[in-house]
Design a protein around this ligand. Structure first.
Ligand code: SF4
Length: 289
């Protein structure tokens, strides 16, 4: 990966931001790698030498890493900080690093720190649910310890108290979120399926065959919406998910409907880092050109 410094930041800042604190120990897959789309993993590996990342885009990740480091150093009775747990599934070594375990008489409560924007707290949290349930499965099957709860401790970087009346908006700069628990059979099935997907993708890629497509969910699909507007008014009267509802209101209000086209945010913003080499996304762009 090539790191650029387009803003000409001072060398100490660059050195700090580009330090690699991440380790997955001896494992072949970390929990987040298991969850990540096989297509992204293979393309990132293939184009690693060509991927360009500006140092400024490392700020958010490093901010989280610094905070994790500080929190890890705070040892408090009844809590276990940062533990990496390893296991093997069909000969593949996997591991998960758990930020915090709170020891209670009922069992362990697994807590994961997230340094996020408010919209992440408001959005569907299925990735957080999967991640924490894999940690639960690791604690139960490797440590043979009961897990009594899963929680996200979310630090909201762009919190604004003026937005707290919005539905689902976090009510403070840091909030605790309860995450639903799965049984271990469901989690193990998920882990095995994902490992198989990664294995098949690697074989396909090695033989020059097509990689599995990223799903809508993996591409962070944002649906189209329909805004009812009226001449002379800057903001929309209301925004709907269907054009029928929007048209009905627009007729009543003597306004018009503006279509806000949905998109695959991960592809359009190149958050996967490999959009320019991706046949799936580039093919769609060519089709719509
Ligand atoms: S550009 Fe989109 S479809 Fe292609 S690898 Fe990235 S996320 Fe997946």
């Amino acid at each position: 990966m090539k790191i650029t410094n387009n803003q000409n930041l001072p060398a100490p800042v660059v050195a700090l931001l580009t330090r690699n604190y991440y380790t997955k120990g001896e494992s072949q897959y970390s929990v987040t790698e298991i969850m990540s789309p096989p297509k992204i993993r293979r393309l990132r590996e293939q184009y690693d030498a060509e991927i360009e990342v500006d140092v400024t885009s490392m700020l958010a990740t490093q901010f989280g890493t610094f905070m994790h480091g500080k929190l890890e150093a705070k040892e408090i009775d009844g809590y276990l900080n940062e533990e990496r747990i390893f296991t093997e599934v069909d000969g593949v070594k996997i591991s998960g690093a758990i930020d915090l375990q709170k020891i209670t008489p009922e069992g362990v409560v697994i807590i994961d720190y997230k340094f996020v924007k408010a919209y992440s707290v408001m959005m569907n949290k299925i990735d957080w649910e999967i991640q924490l349930n894999i940690y639960k499965w690791l604690v139960e099957t490797v440590k043979h310890t009961k897990v009594s709860g899963l929680q996200i401790c979310a630090f909201v970087k762009d919190f604004s108290k003026f937005e707290t009346t919005k539905e689902g908006y976090p009510q403070a700069e840091a909030v605790m979120l309860d995450i639903p628990m799965w049984d271990s059979v469901r989690t193990e099935t998920y882990v095995r399926n994902r490992l198989e997907m990664h294995r098949n993708a690697k074989v396909a890629h090695d033989f020059g065959e097509a990689l599995p497509l990223c799903t809508d969910e993996e591409r962070w699909a944002k649906e189209s919406t329909y805004a009812v507007k009226r001449d002379g008014r800057k903001t929309a009267i209301r925004v709907f998910k269907t054009i029928e509802e929007a048209t009905e209101l627009a007729e009543k209000e003597k306004g018009y409907v503006e279509t806000r086209k949905g998109e695959y945010t991960r592809c359009t913003g190149n958050y996967c880092g490999v959009a320019q080499w991706c046949d799936q996304y580039q093919g769609e762009l060519n089709e719509s050109a």
